[in-house]
Ligand binder design. Structure first.
Ligand code: NAD
Length: 361
């Protein structure tokens, strides 16, 4: 089982070291190969996604990704910025389905910024379309930009678009995920989030999702405008089961949902293509504000590695072992600073990784 390990920038290298530690003690035949990506790759090779890194990713069964970016690259021409690496990987590998589970572990109920009763028992799944929408629309309004900015320009624009097959395939992914979850006791409902009242693209989205729903009579479908969804996520998050939405709305809503779970440092994600090859990464970024201090929470990356074992490598038992170990360290009261509160034990990134390894038994 070949895994491309792409730590990236900022806390990316710190959290990845912990996930690799965990993977290495599982006793599985994993071949891990590391490559540069993002700002680190730009420094070494002049491009955030060098050919060697892309080829490694393409040849791998799965990709474990840390995070990319730093404010110091904000003046670079856009195609050279670190964040383009992740967009390039998504596009080149056809990773169109992004899974972001938001689960509130019982041990972290009080770390959430919402009241305990609102998040206790929370288990929702956000499915974000990842290779379309306004992030990939053409043409983009780049007129006079030489450094990523628009000196003297009077306007800028981006184009929102979705095709029927793009919406159909993500809708199928959502209905199938809801069906799988239903088998384990959830409600079996998909909420499609759109802005059909204002945007043509999202009226189309709504119509296509409604068509696809005909094939899943066992799964309920409802529709919600994105502004209302943003409100409902903090008002009554447990009312959701599976949320499916476009690239931009999904980007924003999944960050919002991360806070329900206590910290963005807890939220893993999987991005899959039609062959179940996947890229697994924490939902957070490179956190330049805390990089190099050894305080980042590695659990989102470790949980992403568990998702990788489950979805791309067919190692359900190993995935569950990791998830159980994470629960165990939380029960032991260990917390990185993002989750720390009185009565718990503050640990750093490496100590947290070590504790998970130990808890694997
Ligand atoms: P961020 O997610 O990096 O950080 C937001 C806040 O959350 C910061 O205060 C940070 O300290 C905290 N945080 C994030 N991860 C944490 C962790 N594991 N443990 C503890 N605290 C954590 O978002 P940002 O500050 O908006 O962006 C920073 C850089 O990351 C930018 O260059 C941005 O473009 C990039 N970014 C990259 C990705 C990616 O690689 N997929 C995703 C989002 C942002």
């Amino acid at each position: 089982m070949k895994i491309a390990v792409l730590p990236g920038d900022g806390i990316g290298t710190e959290i990845m070291a912990e996930a690799v530690k965990v993977l290495k003690v599982l006793g599985l035949p994993l071949e891990l190969e590391t490559a540069l990506v993002g700002g680190a790759a730009f420094e070494a090779h002049g491009h955030p996604l060098p050919e060697g890194t892309l080829n490694l990713a393409k040849a791998a069964d799965a990709i474990l990704f840390g995070a990319v970016g730093d404010w110091k690259y904000d003046t670079l021409d856009r195609p050279l910025r670190p964040e383009q690496a992740i967009l390039g990987l998504r596009k080149n590998l056809g990773l169109f389905a992004n899974f972001r589970p938001a689960i509130c572990y019982p041990q972290l109920v009080d770390a959430s910024s919402l009241k305990r009763e609102l998040v206790s028992g929370l288990d929702i799944l956000i499915i974000r379309e990842l290779t379309g929408d306004i992030y990939f629309g053409q043409p983009r309004g780049r007129r006079v930009a030489t450094d990523g900015h628009f000196p003297g320009a009077e306007e800028a624009f981006d184009t929102m678009r979705y095709s029927r097959p793009e919406i159909e395939r993500i809708a199928h992914v959502a209905f199938q995920a809801a069906r799988k979850r239903k088998a384990t006791g959830t409600e079996g409902r998909v909420t499609s989030v759109d802005k059909a009242n204002v945007l043509e693209t999202f009226q189309f989205w709504k119509d296509v999702v409604t068509d696809v729903a005909q094939q899943y009579p066992d799964i309920a479908l409802d529709h919600m405008y994105v502004d209302n969804a943003a409100m409902q996520l903090v008002k009554a998050p447990k009312k959701f089961d599976v949320i499916v939405t476009g690239n931009m709305f999904g980007d924003i809503l999944s960050d919002e949902a991360s806070m329900l779970t206590g910290s963005i440092g807890m939220l893993p994600s999987a991005s899959l293509n039609s062959k179940n090859q996947g890229l697994y990464e924490p939902s957070h970024g490179s956190a330049p504000d805390i990089a190099g201090q050894g305080v980042a929470n590695p659990l989102a990356t470790i949980l992403s590695a568990a998702m990788m074992l489950r979805f791309s490598l067919n190692q359900e038992a190993a995935a569950q072992r990791i998830e159980a170990a994470v629960q165990k360290v939380l029960t032991q009261g260990l917390r990185t600073p993002d989750l720390y509160s009185e009565g718990t034990t503050k640990v750093g990134t490496a100590q947290m990784g070590d504790a998970v390894v130990k808890a694997l038994g």
